[in-house]
Design a binder for this molecule. Structure first.
Ligand SMILES: NC(=O)c1ccc[n+]([C@@H]2O[C@H](COP(=O)([O-])OP(=O)(O)OC[C@H]3O[C@@H](n4cnc5c(N)ncnc54)[C@H](OP(=O)(O)O)[C@@H]3O)[C@@H](O)[C@H]2O)c1
Length: 264
């Protein structure tokens, strides 16, 4: 497993983490992920599974970088502070490693929200602040509202079939030293990748490299500096396969095959 810096924090995080939206795998896939170095778990209050995630973390909490999110309806200060306390309780942890704003909410002043996020850091309840589904302008406003803390991550959709962040957001994050956490990096399932491509490019590249199709799709995201991926996998077998996406690079010719099949 390769590691990379979380934002400009100095903390190292793995290239591969585990998403938990609609996760039903229990403790075993988490334990396998930790054994393979992918000790990064992403959940959200909106997934309504923080209690299950907390249970699955028993005995391995200190080996996991734990990320959760506050829902866009809870971005007023009072609501956000309450939501964070509830997440801490449900996850059964003393601190959230990465607390992310799940979606922006234009109806609530971002300065109020970021002030509350920063107070959670000051209180020791949260280590790092992240955002999700924020455009460049929204990230700038959010960062400008923070007194001392830095936004370390933006969690956004990124896969072979959705390259929209390549138009501006990805470059902005790379310049600013913000880690991009790529969600739905398998396009929510390999079938979605093949639906969009009659040339069978992922299969071809998998055969060329001796890797699985999932490994090709995830490694394609990882070719970009400052990007990590959080596939959701319900089984230890899928976790093992996904972890094999780190530690190697696609050749230029294989990248060209994928680029032709899934243009920007
Ligand atoms: N911030 C946001 O707004 C937002 C939005 C969407 C998602 N997310 C996060 O991103 C995570 C991942 O995205 P996602 O769940 O939408 O989709 P995804 O990770 O792109 O795809 C998940 C699907 O891929 C399958 N899969 C995993 N590893 C595989 C492998 N090695 N071979 C074949 N199939 C494999 C899974 O099957 P099994 O489950 O059977 O293993 C599941 O059906 C979410 O769980 C969530 O944490 C965030």
């Amino acid at each position: 497993m390769d590691f990379q810096e979380l934002g400009t924090s100095g903390v190292q995080i793995p290239d591969i983490g585990l998403g938990t939206w609609k996760y039903t795998g229990g403790a075993e896939p988490f334990r396998r992920a930790v054994e393979l170095g992918a000790g990064f778990i992403d959940t959200a209050e909106g997934y309504r599974n923080e209690e299950e995630v907390g249970k699955a973390l028993e005995g391995i909490r200190d080996k996991v970088f734990l990320a959760t999110k506050v829902s866009p309806g809870n971005l007023h200060e009072k609501d956000l502070l309450k939501a964070a306390d509830q997440s801490l309780k449900k996850l059964n942890v003393d601190v959230i490693d990465l607390y992310q704003i799940h979606w922006p909410n234009d109806e609530i002043p971002i300065a109020e929200t970021m002030g509350a996020m920063e107070s959670l850091v000051d209180a020791g309840k949260v280590r790092f602040i992240g955002v999700s589904n924020f455009f460049v302008g929204q990230m700038q406003e959010a960062q400008d509202s923070l007194a001392n803390a830095r936004i370390v991550t933006n969690q956004v959709r990124y896969s072979l079939i959705d390259r929209s962040i390549e138009s501006a957001l990805l470059a902005y994050c790379q310049e600013q030293g913000v880690t991009v956490i790529a969600y739905s990096p398998l396009a929510t399932g390999l079938g979605k990748l093949s639906d969009k491509d009659r040339t069978k490019a992922v299969e071809t590249v998998a055969a060329n490299t001796g890797k699985s199709q999932a490994q090709v799709a995830l490694n394609w995201c990882l070719r970009q500096p400052r990007v990590m991926v959080i596939p959701k996998a319900n089984s230890a077998t899928h976790v093992e396969d996904d972890c094999g996406a780190s530690g190697w690079r696609l050749s230029d010719s294989d990248l060209a095959i994928l680029d032709a099949a899934y243009p920007r």
